[in-house]
Design a binder for this molecule. Structure first.
Ligand SMILES: CC(C)(COP(=O)(O)OP(=O)(O)OC[C@H]1O[C@@H](n2cnc3c(N)ncnc32)[C@H](O)[C@@H]1OP(=O)(O)O)[C@@H](O)C(=O)NCCC(=O)NCCS
Length: 188
């Protein structure tokens, strides 16, 4: 199944080496408009009764569990309206290899909760092969289609944390929460 995302500057190049990291499962093409296209097995599906158990039991790498739910999200979880949630699984063939949950709530009091990645997890043995980037950019596409011009994420700094991932895919640190977490934003 083909998947096309928007022309983020950092993605407007062909990436054959990256495809090799996925054991030949996919490759990038460049369209005549210069936009990259990922052709491969990865696809996004709405979280369902069929996938929820696999999504909840994704095994992470040692040391990563503590970064899954930054304090700001853990606290806000009690107040967030479930209808603003956008939960999706990433499938590689038939296997759930990732989970991403967005939140889209233009009325949220805190601007970083209006259009954001609330959770993103990739199975330990699928990390480093583009699954997280695929999921984050699919969520960014969804945010753009809803009229947002930024996608936010909050993460906890730390050696085994996701900071380098978010910076690699284009997020820029815009501030800190009261709990010392980083707030990152991606221009859409
Ligand atoms: C963060 C996470 C989602 C990244 O997923 P992933 O599938 O391994 O990331 P990708 O393979 O798509 O990586 C995309 C880019 O980020 C880079 N990257 C990812 N993790 C990195 C790290 N720890 N250090 C340096 N670069 C990293 C990759 O090299 C790749 O760069 P490229 O585009 O130049 O090739 C995954 O490590 C994870 O599930 N972590 C545990 C849960 C977590 O911390 N979630 C965040 C909560 S806020």
């Amino acid at each position: 199944m083909g998947y096309r995302w928007a022309p983020y500057p950092l993605l407007t190049r062909t990436r054959p080496a990256y495809a090799h990291a996925r054991s030949g499962a996919g490759f990038f093409l460049e369209t005549c408009a210069g936009y990259p296209v990922f052709m491969g097995d990865l696809r996004l599906e709405e979280l369902s009764a069929k996938t929820i158990v696999a999504a909840n039991s994704l095994e992470l790498r040692p040391g990563q569990e503590q970064f899954v739910t930054p304090t700001s999200y853990a606290i806000a979880d009690a107040f967030v309206n479930p209808v603003t949630s956008w939960p999706r699984v990433v499938l590689d063939g038939d296997r759930v290899v990732g989970f991403i949950r967005g939140n889209f709530d233009p009325d949220a009091q805190q601007h970083e909760f209006r259009s954001c990645i609330w959770r993103i997890n990739v199975a330990a043995d699928s990390q480093g092969s583009g699954v997280g980037k695929f999921a984050a950019h699919a969520l960014a596409d969804e945010a753009r289609s809803r009229g947002f011009d930024k996608l936010y994420v909050i993460w906890e700094p730390g050696d085994d944390g996701p900071e380098q991932f978010f910076l690699h895919i284009g997020f820029v640190v815009t501030g800190q929460t009261q709990y010392g977490e980083s707030i990152g934003a991606l221009e859409l």
